[in-house]
Design a protein around this ligand. Structure first.
Ligand SMILES: [Fe+2]
Ligand SMILES: [Fe+2]
Length: 203
């Protein structure tokens, strides 16, 4: 099968997978993130199909029960720290990436890494992961004071938009008395450092 046709079959399978596993509301969010991710990918000369694929699957594990996350993480030997034990839904990205690999046969490591990193971010995350991280925060139904500015920024500067989104997420959590996940803190440090620029991501 041609690559083009193959990737479209995969997109249809991923869509059906998300539809089957998610409530109407979360599936609709998923479709909005997929459209936003595709749009951002095109704006930054990235592969729109891979961005859409990662987006369609990013929340596919989101409706698993807390014990279910821990059981799957244990079975699949995923990394589980204290924050994940306290709030197992933090594992929905890593678990969704495993489901994508095991159930849909997805072996595109950048797609899987983007799915894995979409909740807390990850130091060294690549352009596709940045697209998904930002798309999840700015999809059209998101409504918070700085979202308009972030939407504009995201089309011009992906790295800057990810940095702003992460700063906002951390401030939002801290405002509600919630601890910052160490992974988010490390990602923030990474985005603020020169390392992110040197890896070829535009400032
Ligand atoms: Fe999510
Ligand atoms: Fe999401």
């Amino acid at each position: 099968m041609e690559d083009y046709a193959k990737s479209h079959v995969l997109l249809e399978e991923a869509d059906a997978f998300a539809r089957f596993r998610l409530s109407d509301g979360r599936y609709e969010h998923t479709l909005r993130v997929a459209d936003t991710a595709e749009d951002l990918a095109l704006a930054h000369d990235l592969d729109a199909d891979r961005a859409r694929l990662a987006a369609l699957l990013h929340d596919a594990a989101r409706e698993i029960e807390p014990e279910g996350f821990l059981e799957l993480a244990d079975k699949w030997r995923l990394q589980v720290g204290d924050p994940e034990r306290q709030s197992p839904k933090l594992l929905h990205g890593p678990v969704a990436a495993e489901l994508a690999r095991r159930e849909l046969g997805i072996d595109d490591e950048e797609v899987l890494a983007a799915i894995r990193a979409h909740t807390t971010g990850r130091p060294g995350m690549g352009p596709l992961a940045l697209v998904l991280y930002v798309a999840d925060k700015i999809e059209p139904a998101r409504d918070y004071p700085s979202v308009g500015r972030l939407r504009t920024l995201a089309r011009e500067n992906l790295h800057g938009a990810a940095l702003e989104s992460l700063r906002r997420a951390i401030a939002h959590n801290e405002g509600r008395g919630k601890a910052t996940h160490p992974g988010s803190r490390e990602t923030l440090d990474w985005l603020e450092s020169d390392g992110a620029t040197q890896s070829g991501i535009e400032q």
